[in-house]
Design a protein around this ligand. Structure first.
Ligand SMILES: Cc1cc2nc3c(=O)[nH]c(=O)nc-3n(C[C@H](O)[C@H](O)[C@H](O)COP(=O)(O)OP(=O)(O)OC[C@H]3O[C@@H](n4cnc5c(N)ncnc54)[C@H](O)[C@@H]3O)c2cc1C
Length: 398
């Protein structure tokens, strides 16, 4: 007889979303037998520990979307949580700068959207822009006072402490390999022996589609990993950026574009770009897994996405940008930036779900399975919104 341990709920993934969900479940139901399972030896080893650290305000998202709803509330809750737990953070505001006529038109749309989402923004005159960001170039700008910065790895570690203090267990260095239905729940195969769970919550980030498939849940979505490269500014160049400096996003692209931002430790970085990664955890350039690529190529959504974007658009997504191209993008915002101001910084990989029709799913996506619930798509601003997403998922589990 193989010994098993039995839980009411097993949360797969000790990233910021899994830990926030575990925390919310234990707050709702003290005494719940709950474990958080992660294949890594520490929490927040993937997206939650490798991101821009921006507490987003919530102005970009379609009014009425889950992202808009959860981000606006999540921003306020994240700032309060950081303050209560002495986690370094600052509500420094950000500036979105338009550098062309087209971007100026898009900035006006963004301003309207901010109003619809209840996010306060103010137009900056060229003089006000120069006062706020003296080195930025732009013909028009929006200031978003409620945007902040923090370190989401430290936030995740604080959530992990909350989970343990509430009686939850962290099972780290232990990968989920399969799930079989059995009376009253699921028998989970893990790299360190079996576990029983009455219910499973999938917060596996870059592997959420695989974990959903293990549980027999059909989502139709495939996770496409996008590698985001950053550069850090050398100490001499840091004074070029006072707060957070963003371009106006291209509405046809899923990400916000190369931005310049201060971190809570005083570093300033530029990035990230977004390039299709050769594997789900291929953090280094040139890393490639034939199995991963094969899986992507047989997904019908990939070909539909390719047809929609055209080969030029696809090539843009595949080609790792040279430092020169990266610099050109950043110089639109900060003309004084030079190549010798840029030093390499660790990359992050975004988990972006692609549906069968070839659409990159923009909103958060939760799917129910048999005795399981799957956070299929939790892209940015999921770190900002994590406390509220955790409560939302806990509510659905209930
Ligand atoms: C480059 C970049 C910049 C970003 N910038 C921001 C930002 O400024 N602001 C913001 O709000 N958001 C930002 N985001 C988004 C944010 O970081 C993510 O939305 C968030 O971290 C997702 O958290 P998660 O817990 O879902 O995933 P993850 O942090 O990836 O956690 C998933 C966990 O599941 C574990 N796992 C997977 N498979 C298994 C398995 N089979 N068995 C056991 N464990 C498993 C993994 O080891 C991992 O620890 C950014 C993301 C990236 C990549």
């Amino acid at each position: 007889v193989i010994p098993t341990t039995s839980y009411d709920v097993v949360v797969v993934g000790a990233g910021i979303v899994g830990l926030a969900t575990a925390r919310a479940l234990l707050r709702e139901r003290p005494g719940l037998r709950l474990a958080v399972l992660d294949k890594e030896p520490q929490p927040a080893r993937h997206q939650s520990g490798r991101n821009s650290g921006v507490i987003h305000a919530g102005l970009y998202y379609r009014p009425g979307s889950e992202k808009a709803r959860l981000c606006v509330e999540g921003n306020r809750r994240m700032v309060a949580y950081c303050a209560a737990h002495s986690i370094p953070h600052e509500v420094c505001g950000k500036t979105i700068v338009a550098t062309s006529v087209l971007e100026e038109e898009r900035l006006a749309v963004l301003e309207e959207r901010a109003g619809a989402n209840g996010v306060l923004v103010e137009r900056l005159s060229p003089t006000a822009l120069r006062e706020r960001e003296p080195h930025a170039a732009g013909r028009a700008a929006l200031h978003v006072p409620s945007t902040g910065i923090t370190d989401f790895r430290l936030v995740s570690l604080a959530y992990a402490r909350d989970v343990e203090e509430a009686g939850g267990e962290l099972l780290l260095g232990r990968a989920l390999a399969g799930a079989e239905p059995r009376a009253g729940g699921l028998r989970l195969a893990t790299s360190d022996g079996p576990l029983d769970a009455a219910f499973l919550v999938n917060c596996a980030g870059l592997h959420s589609d695989r974990v959903a498939a293990m549980c027999g849940a059909t989502t139709g979505a495939r996770i496409v990993p996008f590698r985001g490269e950053y550069y850090r500014l050398t100490p001499a160049a840091r004074s070029l950026v006072r707060h957070l400096l963003y371009p106006v996003p291209d509405p046809d692209l899923p990400f916000l574009g190369v931005h310049l931002h201060r971190h809570v430790d005083g570093e300033v970085s530029a990035g990230p770009n977004a390039v299709l990664a050769g594997d789900r955890e291929a953090y280094e350039r040139g890393q490639l897994s034939p199995g991963h690529l094969g899986g992507l190529l047989v997904h019908p959504g990939f070909w539909r996405m390719a047809a929609r974007m055209g080969w030029t658009g696809l090539a843009e997504l595949v080609r790792a940008r040279s430092q020169a191209a990266f610099l050109r993008a950043a110089r639109h915002l900060l003309p004084e930036l030079r190549a010798d101001h840029l030093a390499p910084h660790p990359a992050g990989i975004r988990a972006q779900a692609l549906d069968r029709s070839g659409r990159l799913i923009d909103d958060f996506l939760f799917t129910e399975g048999e005795r399981s619930l799957h956070v299929v798509n939790a892209p940015s601003p999921a770190a900002t919104a994590s406390l509220v997403i955790g409560e939302e998922v806990a509510g659905r589990v209930r």
